[in-house]
Design a protein around this ligand. Structure first.
Ligand code: GAP
Length: 463
């Protein structure tokens, strides 16, 4: 089949918006992402992941964990509670300062982030009704509040955590004492975070409930700067390894004066989303600020004693902090493609395909008996599916023409499909018996492979 790709890096604003709409529509149609509470009209800033979305997100989190925890001697994992003692947020500064500037529109009463208002002729206006009659900006704290226990009193006030990082800092001593780590070493965590964003937007990019993958890498003060650059490179490599090319990642070296006052260096890693280049991850050298604050507020010894030099000091920390949902969105945006394909008879159609890296693909292999009314084909196909299921997510499908089954898997981003035909069951002689057709999603080429080689072949591609 002839193919014509029309995904171009240089897209107009309209083309970018159309591309984003197509991605959102595909995600709903194929069960990646749904609006939360959809049957009741949804809830702004909240999303549900469907059968394919949850697999994609899980593959991302599992690979991050493998790369950053299992494959490293200098890293420990943990999983902290979402709700912590309010004192944690007083110490970290979140209760006082974790806010965005907000303005009200005096005409339509909508509330908007002051730093994201559209502007015309040097004057900001309301994005909802266009009015320029706006209140002064005031701080709006982004932490969701609740109460622990049956009494709704100030004493029982708690927050849903706005970042996973603080659970790591307050457990620094516990992890140090129970592991055999010495500086430099890191603690990694994946988990939910909640921010009552004033204007959630750009699909799952900015939501009110999301997941983070965070590392706090503790080190000697003199190593902080160099380790920040080390982590920058590690994190770019990670994105390459999940199919997001280095060329689409922008490094924003945050200048002096724009960083948090305690940070000596911060890089934002940004991706070319269809709606613009936007932040995926921050890599911040946070010095000894966080441990120092928790020592000050808790009075507990969160410092470090270096046996070799006999020094006692507060470790510094480098923090690579990534968003699960933003990376999932980047994976979807990077994978989405449409191309015109023409068959042997000259008929053209648009093929929609998600070109995920096989490692990230929600379904690794589609398994199809050529015909569903031939018990020998069905039996063989089910046997192959059963053998692969414990080690990868496969999809068994016997409905419809083979071409349509391939197209369905193209849209789901399945990198490989296997067809069990009459050659497989030895009806055309012994040479091709126990071989199957392996079809490749990206090139649409097909090859013959022995069933006995299939598992290792697939494992090598998705590993
Ligand atoms: N502990 C540091 C920290 O939380 P951050 O830059 O506020 O830093 C880190 O957040 C990452 O979390 C961001 O780079 C982004 O990927 C993700 N993130 C933050 N707010 C988000 C939101 N409202 N929706 C989705 N992801 C978000």
């Amino acid at each position: 089949m002839a193919r014509l790709g029309f995904h171009s890096a240089l897209m107009s604003k309209d083309a970018s918006a159309t591309r984003m709409e197509k991605i959102v529509s595909l995600c709903k149609r194929r069960g990646f992402i749904f609006q939360s509470s959809e049957i009741y009209g949804g809830l702004n800033g909240f999303w549900d992941y469907g059968p394919l979305g949850v697999e994609l997100k899980k593959n991302l989190k599992d690979f991050w964990w493998r790369r950053n925890v299992r494959e490293r001697d200098d890293m420990e994992g943990m999983d902290g509670s979402i709700i912590m003692n309010r004192a944690v947020w007083k110490a970290s500064g979140h209760e006082e300062t974790f806010s965005d500037p907000m303005v009200d529109c005096k005409v339509c009463n909508s509330r908007n982030r002051a730093d994201q208002l559209p502007e015309k002729d040097g004057k900001k206006y309301c994005p909802q009704c266009g009015s320029r009659d706006l209140t002064e900006a005031r701080d709006f704290n982004l932490m969701f509040k609740s109460h622990a226990g049956p009494l709704e009193s100030e004493d029982n006030l708690v927050y849903l955590r706005p970042e996973t990082a603080q659970a790591i800092f307050v457990n620094f001593r516990n992890v140090l004492d129970t592991s055999r780590q010495k500086l430099p070493f890191g603690i990694a965590q994946i988990g939910k975070a909640f921010r009552n964003e004033i204007n959630p937007r750009n699909y799952i990019f900015r939501s009110r409930e999301f997941e983070q993958m965070e590392i706090e890498y503790f080190c000697r003060p003199e190593d902080g700067m160099q380790l920040t650059d080390y982590w920058l490179e590690q994190r770019i490599k990670f994105y390459e390894d999940i199919g997001i090319p280095r060329s689409k990642i922008h490094i924003n070296d945050i200048p002096d004066g724009e960083r948090a006052f305690y940070s000596k260096k911060t890089y934002d890693l940004e991706y070319e989303f269809p709606f613009g280049v936007s932040e995926l991850e921050g890599i911040a050298y946070r010095t000894d600020y966080d441990l120092g604050k928790h020592i000050e507020h808790s009075g507990k010894p969160l410092d470090y004693f270096d046996e070799a030099t006999k020094e006692r000091f507060i470790p510094h920390v480098v923090e690579p902090s990534a968003g699960v949902d933003r990376t999932t969105l980047a994976l979807l945006c990077e994978a989405f493609d449409e191309e015109t394909v023409t068959d042997e008879k000259g008929n053209s159609e648009t093929r929609t395909v998600l070109r995920f890296h096989p490692r990230m693909a929600p379904i690794k292999c589609g398994i199809f008996p050529l015909l569903k009314n031939k018990p020998a084909l069905v039996e063989k196909a089910k046997e192959i599916a059963t053998a692969l299921r414990p080690i990868m997510n496969v999809f068994y499908d016997e409905a419809g023409a083979i071409g349509r089954r391939y197209r369905r898997q193209d849209e789901a981003g399945t990198p490989f499909c296997v067809t069990i035909d009459f050659d497989t069951i030895g009806e055309n002689g012994p040479e091709k018996e126990n071989t199957v057709t392996l079809r490749h999603r990206d090139s649409m080429t097909q090859e013959r492979i022995a069933i006995s080689d299939l598992k290792n072949y697939l494992l090598e591609k998705i590993g």
